[in-house]
Design a protein. Structure first.
Length: 314
């Protein structure tokens, strides 16, 4: 059942006057969405990856980055080999026991084609928020239409899909949810003042935080056409650090690699880091999207050149 209760409530992003957007409202529901994800994970445990299975996780865009995060977390938790593939580049000959597909729209051409190419005898599960769409007929469905979005820019669907898998892996997300609530209680005009007008932002992380870094860069490019980059934290010093300079920023998710903050400081760039879960810190990026879009007079719900789904002529 669709539940658009949040879309009918004006959720202020800051004390400043900013345009009311679907994006801002959808960002604000995420802690509650992650809490409900525990029940969703329990209800669908039989069709989610089992411990010991060899699993491929498939997605495009934001869903690909969530796939990468899930793969890193699952392998890190000792649950078995897990690969993440863009839907257009799936390697089918790797003896996977299960495919997990993430697709908000349910109509993305590359995803539909990939699901049709999965060998018929291999189980496949699809997480989607759009009822009546093709992907739901091509796998065992987990429909989470209560987190569907009006904004083209994905936020709560993606993070809720990630939360479902984190609960399924045995994580307790209660502390992460509380961190997210604390983030949303802040005035981002104050908490994000040092990055709000940065000329360029580089996002970095390790493990699943590297996927959160990739997603963060994409969010700002989509919503407000910002110059962003993303890297493994260990790779940032192998060349990309040359872009760091005064007026620019480096935003790190999760635990820091040794001497990282010192090396960034030497460039004059602002260094942004909080000792909180990367998924909770991603909400701060979502808030930054809303602020920067308002600053530039852009509509983050309808980004330039983007649609809700990529449907190709074939």
């Amino acid at each position: 059942m669709n539940d658009h209760r949040a879309d009918s409530v004006v959720v202020p992003i800051s004390a400043e006057t900013t345009p009311v957007t679907h994006l801002a409202n959808e960002v604000a529901t995420q802690p509650d969405d992650w809490a409900r994800a525990e029940t969703i994970a329990a209800e669908h445990r039989d069709i989610l990856p089992h411990k010991g299975e060899r699993v491929a996780v498939i997605g495009c865009g934001t869903s690909l980055f969530m796939s990468k995060a899930i793969a890193a977390l699952r392998e890190g938790a000792g649950h078995g080999l897990t690969d993440a593939w863009p839907a257009s580049e799936v390697r089918y000959g790797r003896d996977y026991d299960r495919y997990l597909v993430i697709c908000r729209s349910g109509t993305t051409t590359e995803v539909v084609n990939a699901m049709r190419d999965i060998p018929a005898h291999i189980p496949r599960t699809v997480i989607c928020s759009s009822p009546g769409t093709p992907v739901l007929e091509l796998g065992d469905p987990i429909l989470i239409d209560e987190v569907d979005e009006e904004s083209v820019v994905q936020t709560r669907f993606a993070t809720t899909a990630l939360a479902i898998l984190r609960w399924h892996l045995g994580e307790d997300l209660a502390p992460v949810i509380e961190q997210a609530r604390a983030v949303l209680a802040e005035d981002p005009a104050v908490s994000l003042a040092d990055v709000r007008h940065a000329e360029e932002i580089s996002f970095v992380g390790m493990g699943f935080a590297a996927a959160i870094a990739e997603e963060s860069g994409l969010k700002l490019r989509e919503s407000c056409q910002s110059w962003t980059e993303s890297y493994l934290a260990t790779e940032y010093r192998h060349g990309p650090i040359a872009i760091s300079a005064p007026g620019r920023a480096v935003w790190a998710f999760g635990p820091l690699v040794p001497n990282f903050a010192t090396d960034i400081a030497s460039t004059g760039a602002h260094f942004e880091h909080r000792d909180i879960d990367p998924m909770a810190d991603l909400l701060r990026v979502h808030q930054l999207c809303v602020l920067r879009a308002a600053d530039l007079g852009l509509d983050p719900d309808h980004p330039r050149g983007l649609n809700r789904s990529v449907v190709l002529d074939q």
